[in-house]
Design a protein around this ligand. Structure first.
Ligand SMILES: C[S@@+](CC[C@H](N)C(=O)[O-])C[C@H]1O[C@@H](n2cnc3c(N)ncnc32)[C@H](O)[C@@H]1O
Length: 252
């Protein structure tokens, strides 16, 4: 694609997928080869970073829950500055930029500054990680609905609609739910889910380091502590988790 405007650059907000570089979209791959600079954060896997051509400048802007390498407003300002210098800037984010990725905030700033942008969806952790763990998120016999929630702790509590989550025949996918796992399980049981509801916690899904811990609401929090699971990990709750035993295929 031609870079049409010499004065003002353009920003590509691109999803990098959950880790396995083969899950990058063709569009993302093409844009990596048409960019001047790539800004990436800590969730983008080394395998994906290795696909960035040598001639393209790479800027790590980090971002971990409690260790913001570059605060969000500075990332937004950097995107604006680089684009105003006339650069084609690719903002590479783990998973899908519009799912718990602050992609909306970044392009709002671009829109306010009149900077042209494109958005390229990525495979979100829920889809990628569940697929590689052999857990179909919906299944006619087990779940007719699936909800994605962010489970991070804020002031030691988690603000979620627990009655809506504790419904039968529904899969719950919790992003950023590792630290608050015990609280999440307690709330789900208190709002009506059986303490024997199956739960999977998947660390570094889709990567060769993938680990899957299976338990039930009553047991999973201590199991995860015992297994020393760390971030990034995704929590999947519901009857579909039982299918992992027969449908697991990756690293098996
Ligand atoms: C800030 S959210 C970003 C989500 C991202 N935008 C997406 O669509 O996947 C980060 C959380 O995504 C989940 N996650 C991302 N990649 C993962 C992976 N490869 N394995 C397990 N969980 C992952 C974890 O729950 C992690 O804490």
């Amino acid at each position: 694609m031609e870079h049409k405007d010499n004065k003002k650059g353009e920003v590509y907000l691109v999803g990098a997928g959950p880790g396995d570089a083969d899950l990058l979209t063709l569009r993302a791959y093409q844009l990596l080869h048409q960019s001047d600079v790539v800004l990436y954060d800590n969730l983008v896997s080394e395998a994906v970073i290795a696909l960035i051509p040598d001639a393209v400048e790479k800027i790590y802007v980090g971002k971990q829950k409690s260790r913001h390498t570059l605060p969000q407003d500075q990332i937004n300002a950097l995107l604006v500055r680089l684009a105003e210098e006339g650069k084609r800037v690719l903002r590479l984010k783990g998973g899908d930029p519009f799912i718990f990725g602050r992609g909306g905030e970044e392009i709002e700033t671009l829109s306010q500054h009149g900077i042209p942008f494109q958005v390229v969806p990525g495979v979100t952790a829920a889809s990628g990680v569940a697929a590689y763990a052999g857990i179909p998120l919906t299944h006619r016999d087990h779940a007719q609905a699936c909800v994605f929630v962010a489970g991070h702790l804020k002031d030691d509590s988690i603000d979620l609609d627990w009655s809506m989550l504790a419904r039968p025949n529904q899969t719950i996918v919790v992003y950023m739910g590792l630290e608050g796992l015990s609280t999440i399980c307690t709330h789900l049981i208190a709002h009506g889910l059986s303490d024997h509801t199956p739960v999977a916690v998947v660390q570094q899904g889709t990567l060769p380091e993938q680990r899957v811990i299976i338990g039930v609401l009553k047991t999973i929090a201590p199991q995860v502590v015992e297994a020393k699971l760390k971030s990034p990990s995704l929590v999947i709750v519901g009857g579909v988790v039982n299918l992992h035993t027969t449908l697991k295929w990756f690293l098996s």
